[in-house]
Design a protein around this ligand. Sequence first.
Ligand SMILES: [Zn+2]
Length: 238
Amino acid sequence: MMGHTHALSGAVAWLAVAPVIPDHQLLGVYAMSLSPAQIAAGAVVCAGAAMLPDADHQSGTIANMYGPITRLLTKIVATVSGGHRHATHSLLFAIGAGAGSWALTVYAPKAWLGVLFLLIGFGLHGIGLQFEKKAEFSMLLNAVLAAGGVFLMHNLDMHWAGYAVALGCLAHVAGDCLTPEGCPVFWPIQWRMGIPLVPRTDGNVEKWVVTPILTLGGIVLAIRTTLGDSLTHWLNKS
Ligand SMILES: [Zn+2]
């Protein structure tokens, strides 16, 4: 799957799931109420986290984001995780990344802001904020916009961000499971799970079916999220 497909799938997954997080009956003590600003921030975090499993891909989108720094990072992740589409493409990684992010938001909020900077950068790079043959300009623009995003969110209560990170990773794994290579979802068990509905990365199915469905889903869910209450109110009145 292409970077933009993954990032988009993360944002869509968050907008679909966020209304459930405040549900006390369903989540019990893990429920927390989210403001509109937190839901919007969650879509950004989840889009970035949906790029995270490909930190094991040495020539992928993340590897090219900050030149030699991210290439080295992806090389380390690939070596530790067993290569592309291994440990990082699993349930265990999604849970670990979510729990780690939650721990940072609670115990090391400054370190979380560093992770947030990277996640926003991954999301921006994923949706296509990169200019061919203008690597330095792309890097600078990415860093400036990611820093702007961190500034906008630095006062926001983000104790829920672990959910967004875990969900983003899961959306990525679900997307890659639609390709013939599949993913070792239950890693460390090596069995690869996959329903190969998308035969080729950036092929016709991804371009003309997956991306339009995700875009449309994103628009519908964003409208529902922002206008939900006012729409219900208006419908009840009329
Ligand atoms: Zn992947």
